[in-house]
Design a protein around this ligand. Sequence first.
Ligand code: LLP
Length: 463
Amino acid sequence: MSRSAHPAGPRHADVLTEGHYSAPAADLNVLDEKVWSRTVTRDADGALTVGGITVARLAEEFGTPAYFLDESDFRARCRAWSEAFGPDADVFYAGKAFLSRAVVRWLKEEGLNLDVCSGGELTTALDAGMPAERIAFHGNNKTVAEIERAVEAGIGRIVLDSFQEIVRVAHIAQRHGVRQRVQIRVTVGVEAHTHEFIATAHEDQKFGIALADGQAAEAVRRALSLDGLDLIGVHSHIGSQIFDMAGFEVSARRVVQLLAEIRDEHGVELPEIDLGGGLGIAYTSEDDPREPHEIAKALSDIVTRECESAKLRTPRISVEPGRAIVGPTAFTLYEVGTIKPLEGLRTYVSVDGGMSDNIRTALYDAEYSVALVSRTSDAEPMLVRVVGKHCESGDIVVKDAFLPADLAPGDLIAVPATGAYCRSMASNYNHALRPPVVAVRDGEARAIVRRETEEDLLRLDVG
Ligand code: LLP
């Protein structure tokens, strides 16, 4: 079945209530390939299939709500990133977007490296066999125990985030008789055009060491003076869900300037720079993300140009995409429970999950698409708000969207692009059981993270 434009939801609730919003022109049955993973299509009966399996079969076997992850799409995106950046750069998948042992194995097989930001992520990575030297460790407050474990494991790099941490890591490395490879995370002062809670390179926030007032240069001085540290480069991450390359370019330019200052002061040319993650994906038809090869070209052009003008050797670049790899590869499948039309406003469609499996709408005002996937329908479009089953009116999954007016309890609906920061930020609010993540590939589906059970809840509740 062909896939073309899926109707975008209306953007503002106030517009809706004033009645200015008209129904979508596009056919609600048509799936926009921008927001769905690559093997998603509709079969002859109109049911959505992924990896060749229909949602009805998936729901029967794994229940709802559940996340279905298109494994071949995930692997293809890993390859696209590593091919785009080529052998002279390193791609680190940001595990915070979604991590499991299966994912670690796929990354390893596809030649990617991994960025972790907690002891739990590090354990998962090592347990699944990711070589320690391919792991980078991030975080603004790594515990001593976490640093110990990372150093003992022989981790590839630790990204230092504060003056205290410079000393902490140096001492721990010395105690273990090693020189730990480290980078220093700098805040480059870029205002990324994204939600305030996911922008990270402006100065008034908790991450990194500021470039502007000479703090970063001082951090470099200290790191270079400590025997336990092998300073290999500088790191910058400006934020998340960013479409505009301009912020990355400013960031790259400032990081290269710092390398030139380090060369001038210390006579050392640091061999690496890391430009972080943060590339946006399409959640609705209105989003237009850049392709990995465009991003790679833009970044390497700017770094090469800046290095030429500063007469520096071009450093090895690394990047840390999380969302851009896993985000588009999964959708969340829900069963429709109750349907409540509110005269003159909209229809509330309640599903069997909610803010416990997708907090992003409540937390960041994130926009999502939604489609009826257990069948097609020729009914008129109906303006809906898809909500969860939690005891909170902010428990919204999709704020404004259209679904067919004959939607009924028992129908399956799916929200695409939920691969990143949904399962990884899921909670047990209201003692909800966190949904499974099911990998689907070539006609086969298997849970890579199983559904939580009530026994799991009771096991933690030790009375
Ligand atoms: N590198 C560093 C140092 C990071 O802090 C992050 C994300 C990434 C890479 C990966 O960023 P990505 O490519 O996935 O955008 N929970 C928020 C996103 C928080 C991102 C935190 N750091 C959300 O749901 O939008």
